[in-house]
Design a protein around this ligand. Structure first.
Ligand code: DAT
Ligand code: MG
Length: 149
């Protein structure tokens, strides 16, 4: 089963949207594998967003992402990497579809609430960056056959 790295950014925590966003992931049937509530150290934030280093928005991005606690997580599900990108909506919330997390709950790219891995390669890299093996829970739910045929 596919795994992805999800982070509820400091604005999601400050605005009280943890429950709403986690609720959307739960009703979809996705399964949590790991969660940590943490304020990202600057070095970790810079490594996580390494692909954007040098871009004009990079300093603001690092300042925002390290400004308060985030909820960092690993979730599992069938096609969850693409599925979560769809549920999140476009990077710019002004362009994100109604019904998506960013489309419904945010206004600006610099305050877009949530991060989700964009490919299997980034999912693997990001999960390894934030979690040790022993922090990832392998567990089964009795409802699994009602979600995955
Ligand atoms: P996503 O978060 O949808 O994967 P991304 O990887 O291109 O988007 O960028 C990472 C974050 O950087 C994004 O959530 C917000 C910020 N960002 C990206 N492009 C930006 C821009 N043009 N102006 C300001 N912030 C930007
Ligand atoms: Mg990205």
């Amino acid at each position: 089963m596919e795994r992805t790295f999800i982070m509820l950014k400091p604005d999601a925590i400050q605005r009280g949207w943890m429950g709403e966003i986690l609720g959307r992931m739960e009703v979809k049937g996705y399964k949590p594998v790991a969660m940590k509530f943490m304020r990202l150290p600057k070095e970790l934030a810079e490594r996580h967003y390494g692909e954007h280093k040098g871009k004009p928005f990079f300093p603001n991005l690092i300042e925002y992402i390290t400004s308060g606690p985030s909820l960092v997580m690993v979730w599992e599900g069938d096609g969850i990497i693409a599925g979560m990108r769809t549920m999140m909506g476009k990077t710019n919330p002004a362009e994100a579809a109604v019904g998506t997390i960013r489309g419904d709950l945010a206004q600006q790219t610099g305050r877009n609430l949530i991060h989700g891995s964009d490919s299997p390669e980034s999912a693997k890299r990001e999960i390894e960056l934030f979690f040790n093996d022993y922090e990832l829970q392998t567990w089964n739910r009795s409802i699994a056959p009602w979600l995955i045929e």
